[in-house]
Design a protein around this ligand. Structure first.
Ligand code: FE2
Length: 314
């Protein structure tokens, strides 16, 4: 159809979308066009701003490679990843959920570790942390024999794959839940860390006066036939960035009870106070067991990288 005016262009596009054979594709594309056109009208997008937006999308792609995904970082930085997670879990967003963001640092083939073992595989500074985690179904019954990957950053703010100073697979482990649906391991208390800001997402955060920190957390991925694969993070309540996570991942349900111990006997002879303990119970929803695609496959070499830390403006 011939476009008569700015209002009419939306009508023309929606008319063409009627040709789509897939009802779901039609639904998604129609809503996208309606919202996209309404967005341009609302902000009265200028031609120069439109050209900047196109260049920005190109830059997201150019800044993505085998070990980094700038588009995922962008989505998280706008809260979109968490929105999609919450819409699709917890009874379609009606109830709280243990599900959370996978993040860009899960690797396959974490070393199988016996329950109670340590995931500290090279000297790592920081207070000791002893974790007990339980995995239950919606009825509260233990999920026995689930394969649970755990991974975290060091207290210096690096995952081992980013940091050639750490041993391969440091602060990663694979555990199997026992007959109580339980795993236990020793680690160090994680610290918050900066997300990379050497690409277009960094430009956006600087322009918006935002910092680039994630609050300290542990990652969990639990899989067993008959259950939707549980992807989760448990956050430390004492982190200064808990309320301003650059990736908007923190939900009330996933703030863990990290208990600081300043006295009394420690769980291991070599541990001195202060040390920490964490007990947490996850609920696994029934569904299809399917592992996500690993976002990374390898470890950085050479020098430990320096990742800039941005400060939020007041
Ligand atoms: Fe993380």
């Amino acid at each position: 159809m011939i476009v008569e005016n700015q209002q009419h262009v939306t009508t023309a596009v929606l008319a063409e979308l009627e040709r789509a054979k897939s009802p779901r594709l039609k639904e998604i594309m129609m809503a996208l066009v309606r919202h996209l056109h309404a967005f341009a009208r609302e902000v009265k997008l200028t031609e120069q701003e439109f050209q900047s937006a196109v260049a920005y999308i190109v830059a997201l792609g150019k800044h993505t490679n085998e070990s980094h995904n700038e588009a995922v970082l962008m989505s998280g930085s706008l809260g979109f990843s968490t929105l999609v997670c919450l819409l699709n879990n917890g009874n379609n967003g009606q109830t709280e959920t243990s599900q959370n963001l996978l993040g860009p640092f899960w690797r396959m083939h974490s070393p199988t570790t016996p329950n109670g073992g340590s995931i500290v595989r090279s000297p790592t500074p920081g207070p000791a942390l002893f974790v007990d985690a339980w995995f239950k179904d919606a009825a509260g019954k233990p999920v026995v024999g689930a394969e649970v990957d755990v991974w975290q950053s060091s207290t210096e703010g690096y995952y081992e794959n980013q940091d050639p100073v750490q041993a391969d697979m440091n602060l990663r482990g694979k555990f199997i839940t026992d007959d109580k649906g339980h795993i236990a391991f020793r680690s160090v208390k994680p610290a918050g860390y900066p997300v990379p800001v050497d690409g277009p997402v960094g430009d956006m955060l600087r322009a918006l006066g935002r910092h680039n920190m994630r609050p300290a957390h542990l990652h969990f991925l639990a899989a067993k036939e008959g259950f939707k694969t549980l992807v989760s993070q448990v956050y430390a309540p004492d982190d200064q960035h808990l309320e301003t996570d650059v990736q908007f991942g923190v939900t009330r349900h996933l703030i863990g009870d990290f208990v600081r111990h300043d006295s009394g006997p420690a769980p291991a002879a070599d541990v001195t106070a202060p040390w920490y303990s964490l007990a947490y119970t996850f609920v696994m929803e029934s569904g299809r067991s399917q592992l996500p695609r690993p976002p990374i496959t390898d470890k950085a070499r050479g020098e430990r990288p320096q990742i800039e830390r941005l400060t939020a403006s007041a």
